[in-house]
Design a protein around this ligand. Structure first.
Ligand code: THU
Length: 149
């Protein structure tokens, strides 16, 4: 849950995340859509984790790169408290940049700082950034499960 605020991601960190997302893109398993996606996220402990989309012959079982990446952060967390992310890069080789899908926005909202940043990049080095709050305003979060009036 969101504890760290006002984290500044340096140009160097964005660049490292983009490189990691591109290498994850090259590992994608997308034989049905042929739409490879790579993601890399930065944890509050400054660790970079990667994910790619993993499709299935039963199409609905597909896992997006962003959610794969977040799951990698959960299993590779060295701390006893829940992993928290500050930034995530989505890499595709499309002229139109790839924003996270609705399901991924919900999962991002649970694990990222409120002012966490998401950046879409492509092979043409085009980029677009959003805050988590821009992607999913008024998100349903763990705080909404606290049953208090
Ligand atoms: N996909 C992602 O991995 N992330 C997104 O944000 C958008 C969609 C994947 C799912 C599927 O394997 C392929 O892209 C086409 O939808």
């Amino acid at each position: 849950m969101s504890i760290s605020q006002n984290i500044k991601i340096s140009e160097n960190q964005w660049s490292e995340l983009s490189t990691a997302a591109k290498s994850a893109f090259n590992k994608a398993y997308a034989p049905y859509s042929n739409f490879n996606v790579g993601a890399a996220a930065l944890t509050s402990a400054n660790k970079i984790v990667q994910g790619c989309n993993v499709e299935n012959a039963s199409y609905g079982l597909t896992v997006c790169a962003e959610r794969h990446c977040i799951a990698q952060g959960v299993i590779n967390n060295d701390s006893t408290s829940t992993v928290e992310f500050t930034a995530l890069v989505i890499y595709t080789e499309q002229e139109k940049l790839t924003p996270p899908c609705g399901a991924c926005r919900q999962v991002i909202a649970e694990f990222f700082t409120k002012n966490g940043q998401i950046m879409a990049v492509n092979h043409l080095e085009q980029q677009q950034k959003w805050t988590v709050a821009q992607l999913l305003p008024d998100a349903f979060t763990p705080y909404d499960l606290i049953n208090k009036t």
